[in-house]
Design a binder for this molecule. Structure first.
Ligand code: 4NP
Length: 146
């Protein structure tokens, strides 16, 4: 799960998917930027997840690494800017094929983006949670039927 800062959207995506799939499926998140590396998720992400019984406080932000193309089968990005920045690091076409806008799982082919809630109000985080929850239900089905 990849966003820009790895403190708002992708920590929520990581926590939501982890809450749905078995523990032997490795779920992680990262940011294309390193600004917040080592930090806890944004307190607004922590708060909205908590209202749904999901704890994000064991997460710490990290930057997306080239090695992640080898470590993961699926790389879900939140928006088109993340898509471009991740694909810039891809060593080959096989790596690029792993990268997908996460909302294409719930809204196939529409290329919708998860809006960046960082500069907005708390309702933006609830909205992001609902979008990611819907997409993660589809991802769970995909992984469990793979
Ligand atoms: P995220 O949100 O990419 O969903 O983690 C942001 C977090 C921090 C910043 C921008 C977006 N920032 O500019 O610091």
């Amino acid at each position: 799960m990849v966003c820009l800062g790895n403190i708002c959207r992708s920590p929520l995506a990581e926590g939501i998917l982890k809450s749905k799939v078995s523990k032997n499926i490795k779920v992680d998140s990262a940011g294309t930027a390193a600004w917040h590396s080592g930090n806890l998720p944004d307190k607004r992400s922590i708060a909205v997840a908590k209202t749904y019984g999901i704890d994000l406080t064991d997460q710490r932000a990290r930057q997306f690494l080239v090695e992640d193309f080898d470590r993961f089968d699926y790389i879900y990005v939140m928006d088109k800017s993340n898509y471009v920045n991740v694909c810039k690091l891809a060593p080959n076409n096989e790596a690029i094929d792993k990268v997908e806008l996460i909302l294409n799982e719930s809204h196939s082919g529409k290329d919708l983006e998860v809006p960046d809630p960082y500069y907005g109000g708390d309702d933006g985080f609830e909205n992001v949670f609902q979008m990611l929850d819907e997409a993660c239900n589809k991802i769970k089905d995909k992984l469990e039927n793979a």
